[in-house]
Design a protein around this ligand. Structure first.
Ligand code: TYD
Length: 208
């Protein structure tokens, strides 16, 4: 694939949407064609699945939850990510499969190998070139998220769930240090942006 694929990950309230938008703007100013998308969502099917996944009134098993995220992911990869990479875009995705490993694997306790197998099918084996992990203490993140609006179905899960998710992300990052950039999300937004831009620019020049 000629393009470059960058995913953003992290617990609730880490500031991913601010940082993805800033990175997109900065890369466009540097002359790259950039596509910004998100999970769950990014396609009409993904958006429909997203509203079910976030709806606090819907009860779902951990397996049903994971399969719905995977359905959104399969559609997004086929319709958006693969064609955009083929057209030489830098694709930035607000969450990707590491969220399933962290939330449904480490958080809900589903088997990681099973999650990886289904994910392989959903993505066609595609992996991000760079994954930015915006790390912060879940209690702080949930407080930040609460200022933005009413908690969605996942934000309503208890603190111990969110702590397992954060620990999961950090473990995933430790296992693949060449793919992950871990950033302290308690810093000022501008400082975070500068760190991300420097790392991504470095990766883009290496990847040509
Ligand atoms: P969103 O509003 O995008 O949350 P945030 O702004 O924090 O990214 O909602 C997505 C929610 O879905 C979020 O709580 C993380 C969760 N999620 C999973 O549990 N598994 C997944 O595979 C993905 C992509 C997201």
């Amino acid at each position: 694939m000629p393009g470059v694929f960058i995913s953003f990950e992290g617990p609730e309230g880490a500031g991913k949407s601010t940082q993805t938008k800033r990175l997109k703007t900065a890369l466009e100013q540097a002359g790259y064609a950039v596509l910004l998308t998100r999970e769950p969502g990014g396609t009409p099917l993904g958006d429909a699945v997203r509203s079910a996944l976030l709806n606090p009134e819907l009860h779902m098993t951990a397996l049903a939850e994971f399969l719905l995220f995977s359905a959104s992911r399969a559609q997004l990869c086929k319709d958006i990510v693969v064609p955009s990479l083929a057209a030489n875009y830098v694709v930035i995705c607000d969450r990707f499969f590491d969220s399933s490993l962290a939330y449904q694997g480490y958080g809900r306790g589903l088997n990681l190998e099973f999650l990886r197998e289904v994910t392989w099918e959903a993505t066609g084996g595609m992996r991000p070139d760079v994954t930015v992990l915006l790390d912060l203490e879940p209690k702080l993140g949930l407080e930040r998220a609460a200022q933005v609006g009413a908690p969605d179905r996942l934000e309503q899960a208890d603190l111990s769930f969110h702590q397992k998710v954060r620990a999961g992300f950090l473990e995933l990052a430790k296992a693949e240090p060449e793919r992950f950039l871990v950033v302290d999300a308690t810093q000022e937004a501008q400082a975070i942006h500068e760190q991300i831009l420097a790392a991504v620019t470095g990766s883009l020049s290496v990847m040509g």
